[in-house]
Design a protein around this ligand. Structure first.
Ligand SMILES: *Cc1c(COP(=O)(O)O)cnc(C)c1O
Length: 406
């Protein structure tokens, strides 16, 4: 049996929506993007949502909007995809990496000691779709001691007058936090619509705004939208109307808008997200957990606790008491059985760019521990129970062979 890791969910409704965009005479940013933004607002409860061409550029745009630049610090987990850190580097600021907890997510204790007078933002990442403890992060940064460390150096920083909480929710579209769909737990929440993510537009992402007063989220949306389209006062869609030719460039913006042809994919998917995509992911997740709960060496991932529910983006299985080398041999054996698996993630200090910047894995023992024993199993709506059983059997056989030889 051959089982790919993460094929996109493309059905007739996706094809019909894309075809509709193709035949409409308008393929770049226009009505499909607007419709997707509205659907994301309805789904998450966010006040406003801006779609862009990736989560990476979404994070960059937000950091830039908050006036973060060279000399500033942004706290991120060491255990995440590189984009979280790269977005910080792209605005010229310094990523301050901190260690994580057993549930893979950023450690509150480590955030606390990492905050300095230069800290402008924290980017918690909902690893595998499991929500971070946003309430605790809010409480922490609103304490008098931490608040007094903050120095506001831009208009937006003066308005908020504290550290910005920017959620990297690339994995957690559809997750639940405090009994509500994720998207309003942080000041700003960024989702990714990359091809392997739960909800996809092939490439894409969005920015959900949930900023407190005195911010007007609609105004912030208008600003960010302008900045995502070269700072041009009229988008191509408005300019295409008769008499709409004159425009101005009022800000040196970026060119990171999402085309309609891509938004169409996400639009079809979001309409059946809870009923099909999320439900079927949950089925696969539960299938694995029921199977692995009966195996003594397995550590199953978190998925539900006190008002939080995962979006089941990844199935990060961990194996007790194995080395990185043993984990790699297990992966080779699973691969030979035809099942594609992955590792999420190599902690950033293991990667060349970050090593050369001076980050050292020795300072992130939990991140390393989570990584060395982790194998991500395929999880997506199209997997049937026969395939799930085959995957479970392949994993159990591979682990048993390696453990009994060690
Ligand atoms: C995928 C991912 C991103 C980047 O998303 P893009 O849309 O590809 O830019 C950022 N953070 C995490 C944790 C991711 O997994």
């Amino acid at each position: 049996m051959n089982i790919p890791f993460s094929p996109p969910y493309i059905d007739e409704s996706v094809e019909a929506e894309v075809l509709d965009a193709l035949r409409s005479g308008w393929i770049t940013t226009g009505p499909k993007v607007k419709a997707l933004e509205q659907e994301v607002c309805n789904y998450t409860g966010a006040s406003a949502c801006l779609a862009v061409n990736s989560a990476t550029s979404a994070l960059m745009l937000v950091l830039h909007w908050y006036g973060i630049k060279q000399g500033d610090e942004v706290i991120i987990p060491a255990y995440t995809y590189a984009a979280t850190a790269l977005a910080v580097l792209h605005v010229g600021a310094t990523p301050i990496m901190v260690d994580v907890e057993d549930d893979f997510n950023i450690s509150l204790e480590k955030i606390k000691v990492a905050i300095t007078t230069k800290t402008k933002a924290i980017i918690p990442v909902d690893i595998a779709g499991w929500p971070c403890n946003y309430q605790a992060i809010h409480t922490l940064i609103n304490t008098k001691e931490i608040q007094e460390k903050f120095s506001a150096n831009s208009e937006q920083q003066k308005n908020l007058n504290r550290i910005l909480i920017l959620s990297d929710a690339a994995h957690s579209f559809g997750a639940v936090y405090q009994h509500k769909k994720l998207g309003t737990a942080a000041d700003i929440t960024v989702f990714s619509f990359h091809a392997v993510k739960n909800l996809t537009t092939a490439e894409g992402g969005c920015i959900c705004l949930s900023l407190p007063a005195p911010f007007n989220n609609q105004d912030v949306y208008t600003t960010l939208r302008l900045w995502s389209l070269n700072g041009q006062t009229k988008d191509a869609f408005s300019k295409s109307k008769a008499g709409g030719w004159r425009y101005d460039i009022v800000y040196p913006g970026f060119k990171i808008n999402l085309p309609d042809i891509l938004a169409a994919i996400g639009l079809a998917q979001i309409r059946k997200y809870d009923a099909v995509l999320l439900k079927e992911r949950e089925r696969v997740f539960n299938y694995y957990s029921q199977a692995f709960q009966q195996v003594s060496w397995a550590i199953v991932p978190p998925y539900q606790q006190e008002g939080s529910v995962s979006s089941y983006h990844l199935y990060p299985l961990r194996i007790h008491h194995i080395s990185e080398e043993q984990r790699d041999i297990i992966i080779d054996k699973i691969t030979l059985s035809g099942v594609a698996v992955n590792v999420h993630f190599q902690p950033l200090p293991l990667l060349k760019v970050f090593k050369e910047l001076g980050y050292d894995i020795k300072n992130y023992p939990k991140a390393y521990n989570n990584y060395q024993s982790e194998i991500s199993l395929p999880i997506y709506p199209q997997l049937n129970n026969i395939q799930c059983k085959y995957i479970v059997d392949s994993v159990i056989n591979a682990v048993n062979e390696v453990i009994s030889n060690g």
